[in-house]
Ligand binder design. Structure first.
Ligand code: ATP
Ligand code: MG
Length: 231
């Protein structure tokens, strides 16, 4: 079971600047790496978050089934975030059958925190580029704000349907994400480390070192359990 939400139930009666800052970072985390961790810490600082939850998916809707089980990936996240006060691992997708759709996850968090509480879904620019193919993607904006992590020099072409959403939802002020409960898009420019789980899996399959690309306890766990030795 996932832990009880720490966002208080009286949140709806608070003034905007007192609203709790709750954000979710979804992914496969196969495995979690320091790119994820730095992105989470930079986001938490920039958005003045009280809580940022990593949400590992059980069964990704858009990619191959991961070689490492969802509960093992969640265990790696626990090890990776140990000691970071604001970071948590939310296991709700692990107990849901079928594909792990973000819209279902956001609806279940929304049901817990209530309608007035701001909720933020964080995605990397690569994930955002494909958003218009996600299950019921337009409903995401009725449930949460979207924060897109972007490199300062990024000028990727994006789907015209997303351009349209950006045109009337974009904001550049993090505080706006506390005065409204959902529906805005903020592009957050932070330094992004050029590290991916794919790169780590490739290195492990080739028998190479991943030291300092993932936190040391995760490195140890992967080594002891023999994960990712073959692609
Ligand atoms: P893979 O290579 O298997 O796709 P990944 O490193 O992209 O793995 P995911 O679990 O797919 O990891 O990503 C989870 C979220 O973290 C996504 O929104 C993704 O855009 C973001 N992300 C991944 N790597 C980084 C990074 N180095 N810096 C910032 N965000 C990242
Ligand atoms: Mg990815």
């Amino acid at each position: 079971m996932f832990p009880a939400p720490s966002i208080p139930s009286y949140a709806n009666s608070l003034r905007p600047h007192e609203m709790p800052g709750l954000a979710l970072l979804g992914g496969t985390f196969d495995p979690p790496h320091i790119g994820h961790l730095r992105a989470a810490i930079e986001s938490a600082e920039a958005l003045v978050l009280d809580e940022l939850r990593f949400v590992p998916c059980a069964l990704p809707a858009h990619r191959a089934i991961p070689g490492v089980s969802a509960s093992d990936r969640a265990e790696m996240i626990d090890a990776a975030i140990w000691g970071q006060r604001v970071l948590r691992c939310d296991r709700r997708e692990l107990s849901r059958p079928g594909p792990s759709y973000t819209v279902d996850t956001l609806q279940s968090v929304r049901d817990e925190v209530g309608n007035g509480t701001p909720l933020i879904w964080i995605v990397g620019a690569d994930a955002f580029a494909g958003l218009a193919s996600w299950h019921r993607w337009r409903t995401l904006f009725e449930l949460a704000h979207l924060v897109v992590l972007t490199r300062p020099d990024a000028h990727a072409l994006i789907d015209p349907r997303l351009e349209l959403e950006l045109a009337h939802r974009a904001t550049s002020a993090p505080l706006d994400l506390r005065t409204q409960s959902h529906g805005l898009i903020l592009r957050l420019q932070i330094p992004l480390l050029p590290i991916s789980s794919s790169l780590i899996r490739e290195r492990l399959a080739a028998g190479r070192s991943i030291a300092h690309l993932v936190p040391e306890p995760v490195c140890r766990m992967i080594d002891e359990r023999g994960w990712y030795r073959r692609l």
